[in-house]
Design a protein around this ligand. Structure first.
Ligand code: ARG
Length: 288
């Protein structure tokens, strides 16, 4: 790996890493065998819309160049986190990363199973706010289509899948321990959609971000343990078979009282002017 530190992606990640130094001495690490933490291995055929974002030039070839997750929402359309396309992650604008690809159908990043598709264009939400992390999404347009059945349906505003208490699954190849142990096979962790008030209390606003219910979804476990973690960003949070969130940020991983924060997909749809039924096939004027 040429530049192992670059996997310390993005500002949310760097801060999380710093914050983690403190609890280490006092508290036991969260129970973890995870996604993602507290999860289990899955085959990508069970969640074909879960894709890996890759740049071997920047992140090394070992794990297929994976550095973030993404979600196929149409044959040539992938959603990911805006912070995955940021300067701190990529070292420059995404256009400068000439080998930016989406890897689909590959459970094990050590293998060459599945498909690698070049990213033709990247549209980063211009309203992404790096201080709160609001609006943390970007749209990638692929050079070639993925299999049609790979796309997942998105949950629009008012969809029951956003109901607190509901069961959800988060998928990714990220850190399974909170200590930088990146998975090479895909994992999923069962979490619950949590009330906005819980995340509002946990994240009233700090250097890590601020929970804003309009554009974010709160999910995890009150006891901690199950959560997304670094390297899972941009990946899917799915409830009732529909996409409700993208892994965005949190304080540490799987810590009690610090749930995962996800980009609210219905808010992204609204920003994009996309019709849910159209599965992202409709372009917003001035959008991607
Ligand atoms: N920002 C992280 C990334 O770039 C994702 C962190 C999610 N953290 C959490 N505790 N759910 O991969």
């Amino acid at each position: 790996m040429r530049r192992p530190l670059v996997r310390a992606l993005s500002r949310p990640l760097i801060l999380a890493a710093v914050a983690m130094v403190i609890p280490l001495a006092s508290a036991a690490p969260a129970a973890s065998d995870g996604v993602v933490l507290g999860g289990y291995p899955v085959d990508v055929s069970q969640s074909p819309w879960t894709v890996a974002l890759s740049s071997r030039d920047r992140f090394g070839g070992m794990r297929s160049g994976q550095f973030c997750g993404g979600v196929a929402v149409g044959p040539t359309t992938v959603l990911t986190a805006a912070h995955c396309m940021g300067e701190e992650a990529l070292g420059g604008p995404p256009e400068r990363v000439s080998d930016l690809k989406v890897v689909a159908g590959r459970t094990d990043l050590y293998s060459d199973v599945g498909q690698e598709v070049s990213v033709r264009s990247v549209w980063v939400n211009p309203r992404y706010d790096r201080s709160s992390n609001a609006g943390d999404f970007a749209v990638l347009t692929l050079a070639e289509p993925l299999p049609a059945e790979a796309a997942i349906r998105m949950a629009g505003a008012g969809d029951g899948a956003y109901q607190p208490g509901g069961e959800a699954l988060v998928y990714g190849w990220g850190d399974t321990t909170g200590f930088g142990a990146y998975a090479h096979t895909l994992r999923a962790a069962p979490v619950h959609v949590l009330a906005d008030s819980l995340c509002e209390r946990a994240y009233p606003g700090s250097s890590e971000g601020a929970y804003l219910a309009q554009s974010m979804v709160c999910a995890g476990e009150a006891r901690g343990g199950r959560d997304a973690c670094q390297g899972d960003s941009g990946g899917p949070l799915v409830a009732q078979g529909r996409l409700i969130g993208l892994v965005s940020w949190g304080s540490g991983c799987g810590r009690p009282g610090s749930p995962g924060v996800y980009t609210r997909v219905s808010d992204a749809l609204r920003t994009l002017g996309w019709d849910v039924a159209a599965r992202g096939a409709h372009r917003a004027p001035g959008g991607p």
